[in-house]
Design a protein around this ligand. Sequence first.
Ligand code: SF4
Ligand code: SF4
Length: 319
Amino acid sequence: MHPTLPRLQKIAFPAIHRGVTRTLQMNLGYLCNIACLHCHVNAGPHRKELMHRDTMQLALEVADRHRLSSLDLTGGSPEMNPDFRWLVERAQAQGMQVMDRLNPTLIEEPGYDWVAPFLAERRVEVVASLPCYSQANVDEQRGKGVFEASIAGLRKMNAEGYGQPGSGLLLHLVYNPNGSFLPPPQERLKADYQRLLGSNFGIVFNELYTITNMPIKRFGSVLISQGKFDAYLDLLEGAHQDANLDGVMCRSLLSVDWQGYVYDCDFNQMLGLPLGGAEHKVPLSSLLAASLTGRKIATAGHCFGCTAGQGSSCGGALT
Ligand code: SF4
Ligand code: SF4
C-alpha cells in the first residue's frame, strides 16, 4: 500500500459507477529513460518491472470479451517494453484503435530511432508529454536537457507527418503544472503553446491536454516532504465541480498493471486500490466471465484531482 493512501481514504468523494467501458489502458512497465519530479508512477531508468507477452495476450482477450475499442498504452515509457511493437500490431489486428503515451525524449536515445517511423506507419495516435513551452520549467520538473531532447523528438514526429494538417496522424501534447497548483484554462494555454512552439521551434500539434498533478507516488512524497500535502488536498477539494463527475475517465476505462491486475484507473493502480474497491488484487482473468457496466468505482481523496476546476482526465480538461 502506498503511504499516502490512508490519508487519502479519510477524505470522502461522491459515489460513482461505471458506464460503458470502452478503453483498456495498459501500463507496460515502470522503465523510463528519465525520472520526472511529478511522475505518479515513480518510473525511471533503473526500474525492472515490465509486462510480459502472456499478460498482454490475456489483456487482449479481455478487451475482446468486453468489446473494448481503444487501447491506451502507458508506462514508464511504453516503447521500452520489448513487446511493444508486437502488442500494437496484435491490438490493431483485432480492430482496436491504439494510443501511445510517448515521452518524446526517448526518440533521441540510442536504439530508439524506430519509434517515430513505427508509430507513423501503424498510424498510432500519440499523446506526448511536454509540461511547458519554457525550457527552464521543463528542465526543473523533468531534468536538465529534457526540454532540448523533447523538442528534437517532437521535430522528428512532425517530420513523419504527425500534427501536420491533413495527415490524419494525431499528435497531442500534455501539460501539467510544475508545482502544487491547478492547470490554467486549457484553450488559452493551447493558444500559447501553438504560438510559442510554432514560432520558436517550428513545432505543430493537434490538441493540448492539461492534466492536474495527482497527490500520489513521487509527487505525493514531494508534497509530504515539503509539508504541502494537506494544503494541496484542500485546494483540490475546494475546487471540486459536480459537473465533472460524469466525465471522469474511470467511468469508461479499465486499467491493467504490468502484472495483469485490474483497477478503475491508473492512479488507483499506483495507490494499490483494486477494481471496485475489492479487498484483494483483481486478476485480469476474472474479467473473462464478468460484466463491468454499473460496477461501483473505488474512490478516495485523490479523485478530487479529476474533478477540480476544469476537471482532468487522460484526455485533458473535462469542461
Ligand atoms: S512522467 Fe513520464 S516521462 Fe517522466 S518519469 Fe514518469 S513515465 Fe517517465
Ligand atoms: S482518480 Fe481514478 S477513480 Fe478517482 S475519479 Fe479519477 S479516474 Fe476516477
